[in-house]
Ligand binder design. Structure first.
Ligand code: HEC
Length: 293
């Protein structure tokens, strides 16, 4: 009876999951194409050059609208990130104006940024952003983790084994390239919004942020929208998880430790039970009269 019930429940959930996948596709938001990332997989590492380029794109394009208030300037020079030099970070921080205070007169004042300061937000509050852009541009500190998309059954099960975690970055990269000047037939986009293939609902308040040639790269990388999109997404992945490399390294060390530990435990168990295995006849059960009540 219980078995039958379990089998039924399992069959039901499999059917429901299988039905859910086409439902997501039917809404008309195509899944973002999967890209290759240097930081994917158990041994993935960020590409320093890519992070530096991504930061340049953020600074020159996205920063006007999107803040990154959980990140400090000094993070940019830490190991595992874009690894700018400390001097570079100081110069960079000094280009920003940061509010500080109160001073002796009790007033708040502005000063040049220092490496320990966080990135200042581009607007005072959400209402100001809304009145300017029609919507609030989300903060970028953890956006690569906060945005994702449904892969549907059976992918979300397989993803656990293939360790695919780059849903957010794939989405952001696709979003940058998903603008189309003319929405397809039958799709109405309200005034002030733009059509984007990958944005759920397609009507996005963010105007197309960049096109080919928008940012100048000094390292000879192609100055194309596709390259900018990948670079800025990789940078956001780092911003959302600055310790990714350390986490992956630690994970690998833990696996090795567990493997050695399991081996040691196996031989310990063999030794402890050796006498019992050699002389099972010595093991006579205690009569119940010897039990303490
Ligand atoms: C002119 C202002 C502006 C610029 C420049 C801009 N954005 Fe946006 N962005 C917005 C607004 C407004 C929204 C909110 C859109 C909405 O909710 O419809 C948004 C939303 C987003 C989202 C979230 C989409 C979602 O799924 O909710 C991402 C990711 C994003 N922007 C990335 C970027 C990147 C990367 C850049 C730089 C290359 C950039 N934006 C430049 C205004 C801007």
């Amino acid at each position: 009876m219980v078995r039958q019930f379990l089998a039924l429940a399992l069959a039901g959930s499999v059917a429901a999951l299988a039905a859910a996948a086409p439902a997501a596709a039917a809404e008309g938001t195509p899944p973002p194409p999967r890209e290759k990332w240097s930081f994917s997989g158990p041994f993935g590492k960020f590409d320093r050059g890519q992070l530096q380029r991504g930061f340049k794109v953020y600074r020159e394009v996205c920063q006007v609208c999107h803040g990154m208030t959980l990140l400090s300037f000094r993070n940019l020079s830490e190991p595992g990130g874009p690894e700018f030099s400390v001097a570079q970070v100081r110069t960079l921080a000094a280009e920003y104006k940061v509010q500080d205070g109160p001073n002796d007169a009790g007033e708040m004042f502005e000063r040049n940024g220092r490496a320990g300061d966080r990135f200042p937000a581009p607007y005072k509050n959400d209402n100001e952003a809304r009145s300017r852009y029609n919507a609030v541009p989300p903060d970028f500190s953890v956006i690569a983790k906060a945005r994702t998309y449904e892969r549907g059954f059976p992918w979300f099960v397989l993803d656990m084994f293939t360790q695919y975690q780059e849903h957010g970055v794939d989405y952001i990269s696709a979003l940058m390239q998903g603008y189309e000047d003319k929405p397809p037939q039958g799709v109405n986009i309200p005034q002030g919004l733009a059509y984007n293939k990958y944005f759920p609902g397609h009507a996005i308040a963010m105007p197309k942020p960049m096109e080919d040639g928008r940012v100048t790269y000094e390292d000879g990388s192609p100055q194309t929208l596709a390259q900018y999109s990948k670079d800025v997404s990789a940078f956001l992945a780092w911003a959302a998880e600055p310790h990714l490399e350390a986490r992956k390294r630690m994970g690998f060390q833990v696996m090795i430790f567990l493997l050695i530990f399991a081996g040691l435990m196996y031989f310990t168990k063999k030794k402890v039970w050796k006498q019992v295995e050699l002389h099972p006849e010595d093991l006579t059960p205690r009569p119940p009269t010897e039990y303490k009540t």
